[in-house]
Design a protein around this ligand. Structure first.
Ligand SMILES: NC(=O)N[C@@H](O)C(=O)O
Ligand code: NI
Length: 161
């Protein structure tokens, strides 16, 4: 028996307990470059313990819906941001922490132009593009240790459109 989870639109409000939604909304915080560019300033909270921020590129295989969710993971020592490098939606899965194990996951479909930053220690699904090229810039912790905790569900969930 796979428990269904319905994909919801990604919003700042719904995602707030888990991380930041990075997107161009409203007026820029600052107009720069002789008026030719709007700066939407400081839109994500990075948090790294005894390491440093690093920028990597991920090229991930696209996933098809319905998507089986067997596990979530978290990074106790740092936040992790995923910035799509193509104009395609991707699936974002998070779960509340309940005394060290994840509760019922939530699944979101991003809109084009949205990126996410998981706060340090947030349970999340691994990167799940929905289309080629599956190319993302990732800002996360570079440092010692694995910085990775996985939780495999006894009964997988199924993420549905
Ligand atoms: N393992 C790894 O670098 N990627 C995961 O953290 C992920 O969230 O996709
Ligand atoms: Ni991760």
């Amino acid at each position: 028996m796979r428990v269904p989870i319905r994909l919801e639109p990604l919003t700042v409000e719904a995602f707030q307990p888990f991380g930041d939604v990075i997107e161009v909304t409203g007026a820029p915080d600052k107009i720069i470059n002789q008026g030719l560019c709007g700066r939407f300033h400081d839109r994500a909270t990075f948090d790294f313990s005894d390491g440093r921020a690093g920028l990597s590129l991920f090229k991930a295989e696209p996933r098809a819906l319905p998507l089986t969710l067997e596990m979530v993971e978290r990074h106790p020592d740092g936040s992790q941001a995923f910035i799509p490098m193509s104009e395609h939606a991707f699936v974002v899965v998070v779960a509340p922490d309940q005394n060290g194990t994840p509760g019922r996951p939530l699944a979101f479909r991003t809109k084009i132009g949205q990126a996410v930053n998981y706060h340090r220690g947030t349970w999340h699904g691994v990167l799940a593009p929905l289309h080629e090229p599956g190319l993302f810039a990732v800002i996360d912790r570079i440092g010692s240790g694995s910085n990775l905790e996985e939780h495999w569900f006894h009964a997988p969930f199924v993420i549905e459109a």
